[in-house]
Design a protein around this ligand. Sequence first.
Ligand code: AMP
Ligand code: TRP
Length: 393
Amino acid sequence: MVKCRCGQVYSGVPEHLPVIGSGENRYPAKVIQQLLNKPGGTAHSGVPFGDAFLFTRRRYQSMKRMLSGIKPTGQLHLGNYIGALSKFVSYQDEYEMIAFIANLHCITVPQDPVELQKNLQDCVALYLACGLDPKKSTIFLQTDVKEHAQLGYILCCHTYMGELNRMTQFKDKQAHGEKNLSGGLYTYPSLMAADILIYDPDYVPVGEDQKQHVELTRDIAIRMNNRYGKLFKIPEPLVPKVGARIMSLTDPSKKMSKSDETNKGCIYLLDDLKTARKKIMGAKTDSLGIIKFDPENQPGVANLMQILSSLSDNRPMADIEAEFAGKGYGDFKRAVADKVCEELEMIQGRYNEIIASGMIEDVLYEGAAKARSLAAPKLETVQHAIGMEIISK
Ligand code: AMP
Ligand code: TRP
């Protein structure tokens, strides 16, 4: 039995259900769900949950939902920022944004525990430093919402091995001759499908490399819906027109990635400015000496143009070509380096403030509670539809 602050008593709610809120505002998510399902949603006065949640719910009622995640296998880099994070930030005013940190996904390859924990902290701090606002977006760690893993297993049982065999991310690693690849790496796309489907989002903003996984997610959702009745919304991948695939500075035929062996091709968001500038000035170009957007014949120059354009509100390539007509690669690279350093300086300033403020735990606590209040009832619905449950919660 749960007594609301307004005096109303709710009975029949088992105490072990997921809770939301903190201190005296801690209430089982089910109660909150009941309140929110009432006509008018938030009309109930004296609601037993925190102001933030109330605010959030009101804000979200008419918005489409978006969800995405980043796996902190290493330091976040400029590709993550341009292809994903900066887009999440720009969407959060218009959409209900759910942005989580995929710490289950990152253990699909071996991790050093001390380094991993530091990367997790940095990743949350960088989410915030890049402009994700916990009042507008739901920010949490994947392991703090255990329903992801459970739905992941269920979806894995509805994913064909043939489908997993076709995933290029896994195939690339295999083709690379990497030994002892884990089972988790192989079944990763089913867990990613669960990360998405458990929240019924309308859109999933990702870089180009993740589009295939979102397409598989759609296939799994359609399969489940056909088999068990309508369980999931079918989400759309949202891939940016510019910057969906930022390439390595040293080898523009490969994407910029955390697993860059030399580190010279990848700009990390926490690189000091001198290092970042040096990497840009040393970026591989060509011998043609003209600044033209031609990814096929001038991939290095095109990549730097993409970086410059994305960091300047998607400035048109023709504009950049006109500015640098008749100028050399030195001038052009300096302009790109100036822009990148300006952005990094701003992000790093905020990052330092966030680390010093100690706010990370509060953000994660609140975010996980909000996420759980959506994920827990969804998992129950799915298990019930499959016929896996006896006790009705
Ligand atoms: P990951 O670092 O693989 O977890 O990727 C997190 C997000 O960043 C995903 O949406 C990726 O598609 C995106 N991303 C990763 N690398 C790049 C890149 N080089 N260019 C653009 N987007 C990227
Ligand atoms: N697989 C994504 C990547 O490597 C990270 C991720 C995990 C994700 N779950 C997700 C992205 C759900 C979008 C939606 O980048």
